[in-house]
Design a protein around this ligand. Structure first.
Ligand code: ATP
Length: 348
């Protein structure tokens, strides 16, 4: 079945003076996605989101939101009405309660001050898990609760799409887990979510698709499982180095005839590895489903691994492969030349 894009950007570009903050960006978000817009600080995530929300104008390119093109001002505005967003932490009144703040927000959003709106406020308070604390003043809320109240405000108008810019910023690990769980719940309710982050592992688990950007350019975009499945592997540990040598030789001999075995690498277990430090390891780049075949191939030659494990793939490792640099996403310095020269990135 053909998936329906809820958002598509083409050649999206924004320059601030000489700096190109967003460079020829092509994003595609499908209905029902939890779409992670990932990239280091300063990579252009907020600028992209601000352009999608019509808060700033692109220098070049187009945006399609819910079937409406950005050039069609009236139609696009209608699509924006069906979109909820938090770009910066919304301003709430510290001495008012969560519920009172939402009433203010509802008025601000043009919702009538009637029974239906009041019922909707109770509904979103329930949805974000703040119903029991709705009478507490905003200043008593934890950072996570403040974030959730912001999301509640964005949900007031029953959006089909919600855009959250760095919702985990400044949260402690428990707060991050809470937001992640909450994003999952939104998706279960059929709301499409776009969530940006500079910390890959924080939201990787909850995303169905991701785009990784750097210096405003798309590095990669695709379904998380597909991106990672391509990169998972089989890890074999051996008791003695000579066994690992024999196994390496045996696998490399047959590798050319086996399409699913992409590479075989001989290493040693490092600290933090699942195997004891220094023990010989073979990393076979192949789907874990083929572990039995690898084992059988070695067994036929009288070689036996001490242990076989799935080598987990992670977006962080993938990012490292893609850019050759650290994936903690915290560095802000810009190299003389961007790593990739095309704006379209890889896509699967
Ligand atoms: N209004 C502006 N005027 C000038 N430069 C800007 C403006 N807004 C953003 N930039 C620059 O554009 C680049 C992209 O910034 P942006 O805020 O979009 O990145 P980001 O990926 O959201 O970063 P962060 O994770 O820190 O929020 C940065 O170099 C930033 O300094």
């Amino acid at each position: 079945m053909q998936q329906e894009p809820i958002l598509r950007t083409e050649h999206l570009t924004k320059r601030f003076g000489k700096r190109t903050a967003v460079d020829n960006l092509a994003l595609e978000v499908f209905r029902g996605d939890v779409f992670g817009l990932l990239g280091p600080n300063g990579s252009g995530k907020t600028t992209t989101i601000r352009m999608i929300l019509g808060l700033i104008q692109p220098n070049q390119g187009s945006i399609m939101l819910m079937g409406k093109q950005s050039e069609d001002k009236r139609g696009y505005l209608d699509a924006l009405r069906r979109t909820g967003a938090i770009v910066e932490q919304p301003t709430f009144y510290p001495f008012l309660s969560g519920r009172e703040n939402l009433r203010g927000m509802a008025t601000f959003a043009g919702l009538a001050n009637d029974q239906a709106t009041h019922a909707r406020i109770e509904e979103v308070l329930e949805q974000v898990g703040l119903a029991e604390r709705a009478n507490d003043s905003y200043k008593k809320y934890s950072l996570g609760m403040k974030q959730r109240l912001g999301i509640a405000a964005a949900l007031l108008s029953q959006p089909e799409l919600i855009i959250l810019d760095e919702p985990t910023n400044g949260l402690d690990p428990a707060g991050v887990v809470e937001i992640r769980r909450f994003i999952g719940q939104l998706a279960q309710q059929g709301i499409t979510v776009i969530v940006s982050s500079h910390i890959l592992h924080e939201i990787q688990q909850v995303c169905s698709r991701v785009a990784i950007i750097k210096f405003g350019k798309l590095l990669v975009q695709g379904n998380v499982n597909e991106l990672l499945a391509e990169r998972e592997g089989i890890s074999l540990s051996f008791k003695y180095p000579e066994q690992a040598n024999k196994a390496e030789q045996a696998l490399k001999e047959v590798q050319a005839q086996i399409p699913w075995m992409k590479s075989v690498t001989h290493t040693q277990a490092e600290p933090g590895s699942w195997a004891s430090v220094g023990s010989p390891l073979l990393q076979v780049e192949a789907p874990i489903d083929y572990a039995m075949e690898v084992n059988a191939l070695l067994g036929e030659r009288g070689i036996y691994a001490a242990e076989i494990r799935r080598q987990e793939a992670s977006l962080e490792k993938f990012f490292l492969e893609l850019t050759g640099e650290d994936a903690d996403f915290n560095e802000t310095s810009e190299p003389a030349q961007p790593q990739l020269s095309t704006g379209q990135g890889r896509s699967i």
